[in-house]
Design a binder for this molecule. Sequence first.
Ligand code: TIU
Length: 232
Amino acid sequence: MAVISAQPYDYLLPTSTGVALVIIDMQRDFLEPGGFGAALGNDVTRLQAIVPTLQRLQAAFRHLHVPVIQTVEGHRPDLSDCPPAKRQRGNAPLKIGDPGPMGRILVLGEPGNSIIPELAPRPEETVVEKPGKGAFYNTNLEFLLKTHNISHLILAGVTTEVCVQTTMREANDRGYECLLVEDATESYFPEFKQATLAMVRAQGGIVGWTATADQVLAGLQTWHAPPQVTVH
Ligand code: TIU
């Protein structure tokens, strides 16, 4: 057993099941000008602030041989998995599938759809491609977690109140014990980030826990992964 100091109370890491770091959608499409986030009218530069913290988490989890799973939001080139409602929403000048400065907006395989180089996954690490905001919707994430006996998810990435919160709620309903890393998640709207953190930990942790990266890393030092837990 290992303990992470967290809100609303201590988060316990198990000994018989596994934990994974789940980094949501740290893609050029959300962090760089000319991508999907900018097309929606957002100031994308503010998301950069969490990159060093995420690099620290990624390195520490890799060092401890704890799985690091990343997700990307994106659609097939023929847009067959993009609901027309999603494409139309917001009536942006550049829509999903349109050509932009980093390739087609939010399309899998395009330069702008890739994970930022600072957090590039290793070839053996799992990347889950997802057509929606939640990482469980129309993906094999639940299958992967069950197969590898993972029960606890440390969540980070962007944006806090959209893809991160949706994923955390999906995971919570499926019985996963979730912790959101406060300084490793960011939103285009600072007030939405703070509201999300507050609503996650309200009511005795109705959606899960929150903690800082330092608290997570301090707790992890005393934990050893069960030998059967690896995701490749
Ligand atoms: N727009 C916005 O805040 N987010 C998304 O569209 N996707 C994710 O959060 N990844």
